[in-house]
Design a protein around this ligand. Structure first.
Ligand SMILES: Nc1ncnc2c1ncn2[C@@H]1O[C@H](COP(=O)(O)OP(=O)(O)O)[C@@H](O)[C@H]1O
Ligand SMILES: [Mg+2]
Length: 154
């Protein structure tokens, strides 16, 4: 039987999920740190890990800063790594505007903590091979970040 590309991709080699609490600045960054360590343990290329870790950290912080709660999930396939972040929250009214470098609705308090540069979403996109953002006002936001793996990682 012939196997096509999507058959191969659907076989998940590794999967992990993390709950993120909105407003929880104390534990903020923990999930993306765990993801980085796990990817190291399973031997993923360090440049791929760096890109995933940046995207995961920025996405995690956005849930902490702007949403009520969320789930971040990492799935490793032979040909790609998929990072998804689903949150329950206000959603994003104007995605094109939110994607613009420097755009931020961070509060004064968040800016004092060093957040609010407005570079999170642009950096997620820059570090991804495929970047998808979906948002529904009053409901929440979903991000899908994919990094393609060379054969040497499989
Ligand atoms: N998960 C989210 N829920 C609601 N709004 C969000 C979310 N992520 C980003 N945003 C909005 O998009 C803006 C830009 O996000 P980002 O590029 O990460 O910059 P920053 O976090 O520094 O504000 C945020 O200021 C916020 O208004
Ligand atoms: Mg951000």
């Amino acid at each position: 039987m012939m196997m096509n590309k999507s058959d191969v991709q659907s076989e998940v080699l590794f999967q992990q999920e993390f709950a993120i609490r909105g407003g929880d600045f104390v534990n903020a960054g923990e999930s993306s740190c765990k993801i980085r360590n796990t990817l190291r343990e399973i031997g993923i290329d360090s440049d791929v890990i760096r890109r995933i870790a940046i995207a995961a950290y920025e996405a995690e912080m956005n849930v902490v800063m702007y949403a009520e709660n969320g789930v971040m999930s990492i799935s490793v396939y032979r040909e790609e790594i998929l990072l998804t972040i689903d949150d329950k929250g206000p959603g994003i009214e104007d995605i094109d505007l939110a994607m613009q470098p420097g755009y931020s609705t961070a509060t004064e308090e968040m800016r004092e903590m060093g957040f609010g540069a407005g570079m999170g979403l642009p950096n997620m996109k820059k570090n991804a091979d495929r970047f998808k953002i979906m948002s529904e006002l009053g409901k929440g936001t979903r991000l899908e970040i994919r990094i393609l793996l060379d054969d040497k990682n499989g």
